[in-house]
Ligand binder design. Sequence first.
Ligand SMILES: Nc1nc2c(ncn2[C@@H]2O[C@H](COP(=O)(O)OP(=O)(O)OP(=O)(O)O)[C@@H](O)[C@H]2O)c(=O)[nH]1
Length: 630
Amino acid sequence: MSRHRYVRNIDVDEELEEDILSDGGDDLSPEDYELLMDRVDLVRATLGSEDQSGISDHEVKDTLLYYNYAVEQSVNWLLEEQARKNAAKERKAAKEREKAAKLAQSKATSPKIARPSAPKAAKKTAPSKSGSGTATPTRAVDQRQLDISALNLTAKEDAPVEEEPPKPTIALEKLLEEVRKEMDTQERSEKRSLSLVVIGHVDAGKSTLMGRLLYELGRVEEKKRMANERGSSKIGKSSFSWAWELDGTTEERERGITMDIALQSLSTPHREITILDAPGHKDFIPNMISGASQADSALLVVDSATGEFEAGFERGGQTREHLLLVRSLGVSQVIVAVNKLDQVQWEKSRYEEICSTLKPFLVQSGFQSSKTRFVPIGAMAGVNLSSRDSPESGALKQWYKGPTLVDLLDTLEPPSRDIMAPLRFPISNVFKEQGAGIGVAGRVCGGVVQVGERLRILPGDGTAVVKSISNDDHSLPWAADGSNVILYLTSVDPVHLSIGSVMCRPDNLIPLATAFTARIITFDIDIPVIAGASVELYHHSRDVPASISKLVSTLDRATGAVVKKNPRVLAKTTSAEVQITLRNTSMSGPSAQAPIIPLESFSNNKDMGRILIRRSGETIGAGVVLSLLS
Ligand SMILES: Nc1nc2c(ncn2[C@@H]2O[C@H](COP(=O)(O)OP(=O)(O)OP(=O)(O)O)[C@@H](O)[C@H]2O)c(=O)[nH]1
């Protein structure tokens, strides 16, 4: 099972330098210390010595203490952590290489750095064995070293060994034929795939529900469950033990909240489901948007405790905002899990009250009632998740005879897939995995990709070859529209890979835009939108500063007919055509980047043509791209 954390906004230098670990083992009894040292040896047997692994004893001890001496979990965590640090180092090195390359390019016309003279310069600047060459170099020497590295004239043993990239096994037409056949078989088969984002107000019980469900469906080993129980109770957070399966970072566990999307998968009798567990806290809405833009359907979890449902549903609550966001991002099916019914003594009237409050809002938000289902549950005690007959389900069974949550998941309808569309792979995460290399996670939004293909990365001029494709730890020869996968890449400079970039086939690139027209609908906003308003534009996992540069017209919500041209303002719940222009906020100079994003009109590609607009941490509207202006 794969679980990859997003790494956006990581300050590389800070990450590399950060060392918050205390000196593990100081306060232990002699017996515990002996046990700890015993476990250190076991961890070392897998990881190798400090020198071999680059992981200090100090880190090993601290991790073991954190995981209550669990060797397997500690090894997993240390490996994940090491991979992340390596990726950060790699990114830093890539930046340096790019800097050097740019410098070399800018000097390319100068005969001084012509290839024949370079070895001489290299010889001159090499430090002597006695160390006399370590004196502070002059600026000129420094520059020449950079030039030399960019021209790739360093000693042979320093040159990176580039592995032979794989080649595509079959031609595109043949591949499409094969995929079409496979999809027809899948459609007729018992098991179909789809993805589901788990949404809801903070603390509604999303991670607890998913942790418990994964366990009931056999995706979490007993050993792991016990370790989660021990670990969470050790830090006084035993009520979060199920959530630990999803909330894997130290900060999430200590704070008891989900901060980023966790990816898991589960299987029901007729469905293979990729789960994206989203954070409920309003500070992490951007991460929730990234998860929602990769999903086909949604599971909304609401807390039925007195006052808690109301807090999530009132203005500013995430029950409301998450529903609007997922619908705006194209999700049309939702299951509502009414959770924590144990807190209200399993009262039927409370369940019905919550359902009848949510139903009209769901319709208003654009969910058809035939695609909306409700289910009463108790995530913590495992009531009505995979079985009607769990030990604590007696009170619920008095009045509820309907389906379990798994029954409902099993009937979710997978959307149709467009494999003939041009390939689009928006990157939602970039990471390095030990043994596998650089990976990019995301969802195929149109077309098909196969191992061995060379893809372009936009924006920019980078390319990469797909070394392997993985889904839930299974290796795949290809992936088609709608699949949530990881592409492991080779022949790529990591500097080109960033969250929000889009990978495409070189002969059919996604357009790049700095300005475009869109049809939007404003949400329940207090401050109207005026022309020139500064906003944050969200497109898949990318958010960029933009402005509503022109209010073209207001439109009839039902027919789309123009109601008023050139309106002065857009009030709440207004449908309108507007122009949106990306803003360049970086300072002028070499670090200034042209504001540009890969984008497509909604009529060309529904997935790539949806946008969200936020202002001061509040989502103020959503819409679809009509046409690109530049
Ligand atoms: N009584 C009761 N408590 C529950 C139930 N489900 C979850 N909880 C508790 O609710 C709290 C929050 O649970 P989480 O699973 O972390 O909630 P979440 O929605 O994932 O939280 P965020 O992702 O941070 O928004 C924890 O203390 C859980 O133990 C339930 O069925 N009954």
